[in-house]
Design a protein around this ligand. Structure first.
Ligand SMILES: Cc1cc2nc3c(=O)[nH]c(=O)nc-3n(C[C@H](O)[C@H](O)[C@H](O)COP(=O)(O)O)c2cc1C
Length: 262
């Protein structure tokens, strides 16, 4: 290619570039949706571009190994490695500053310990409480009937009875499965008032009083909200809600196939 031709091509390229930039600048100046572009035509686009790649910059360059929620990079790395069948174990030693103020850790005992005869307990119920409850500090956390089967719920409750600890019903209502093992119960009531709601979905104080007087129920736990679930928590996808679950929760008849209901 002769140098004249090369210069001509370069000029055409420059002209196309200038025209394109001119078009973008004109558009930015006349549009009325984005003040940044109106005030800073062309270069204002850099802001949107940087905003777009902000999460990547944060993740690749700024985030520290132990930052990041709900899982830190360190945890994610272990999960990735194990999912690929690669080495997923870390040698002794933590990179976390456990001695910082508020730092907590569990220390292994160097020799086996005798298990306590009674689990450590904490008293629930203030001075006005007529039936305070000495709750074991390790109990079965809230998992509803509906998210777990009746047999699983019964097994957990039997375990609670044997171990002398409490079993949280979860917010899906109180069932005979929960009562089946004779273990202490914490009745959880969530935003859906399952098992203690009127036909209109409001809290039903009479139903509540009737059920809460069951001596197996040692505490009532009021759940205000939960972040890591759709809606406000306690929502089962419609097709998973059987007649039995609907009846226990006190929600209307079978849902539409695609619908959700709580
Ligand atoms: C199957 C299942 C059902 C759950 N249902 C409830 C629930 O009804 N109410 C609630 O407060 N938490 C519920 N949770 C959350 C657990 O109570 C617990 O807080 C959570 O699983 C974190 O504890 P973990 O790390 O020991 O699993 C549920 C968890 C699971 C796995």
């Amino acid at each position: 290619m002769t140098s004249k031709k090369r210069i001509a091509r370069g000029s055409i390229g420059t002209a196309v570039g200038v025209v394109a930039l001119g078009a973008v600048a004109t558009y930015d100046l006349v549009q009325k949706k984005k003040a940044v572009l109106r005030n800073y035509p062309v270069i204002g686009h850099a802001r949107y571009l940087l905003n777009k790649i902000r999460p990547q910059i944060q993740q690749y360059f700024i985030e520290r190994d132990w930052d990041g929620r709900p899982f830190s990079r360190t945890t994610r790395d272990v999960i990735y490695a194990r999912s690929k069948g690669e080495k997923g174990e870390e040698a002794f030693g933590t990179l976390t500053n456990v001695s910082r103020e508020g730092g907590e850790w569990l220390m292994h005992s160097m020799v086996p310990l005798e298990p306590p005869v009674e689990p450590p307990r904490v008293t629930v119920g203030g001075p006005d409480c007529t039936q305070p409850y000495d709750m074991a500090m390790l109990s079965v956390s809230a998992m509803s009937f509906g998210s777990l089967s009746g047999s699983a719920i019964r097994a957990l409750n039997s375990g609670a009875a044997k171990g002398g600890f409490a079993h949280d019903t979860g917010e899906g209502g109180l069932t005979d499965y929960h009562r089946g093992g004779g273990g202490d119960l914490i009745w959880e009531i969530g935003t859906g008032y399952f098992g203690t709601r009127t036909a209109y979905g409001d809290f039903d104080p009479d139903q509540f009083a009737g059920k809460a007087s069951d001596p197996q129920i040692k505490c009532v736990s009021l759940k205000l909200s939960q972040g890591a679930k759709p809606g406000l928590g306690g929502v089962l996808p419609g097709p998973k809600v059987t007649e039995e679950i609907a009846q226990i929760r006190g929600v209307p008849d079978a849902p539409s196939k695609s619908g959700r209901r709580s």
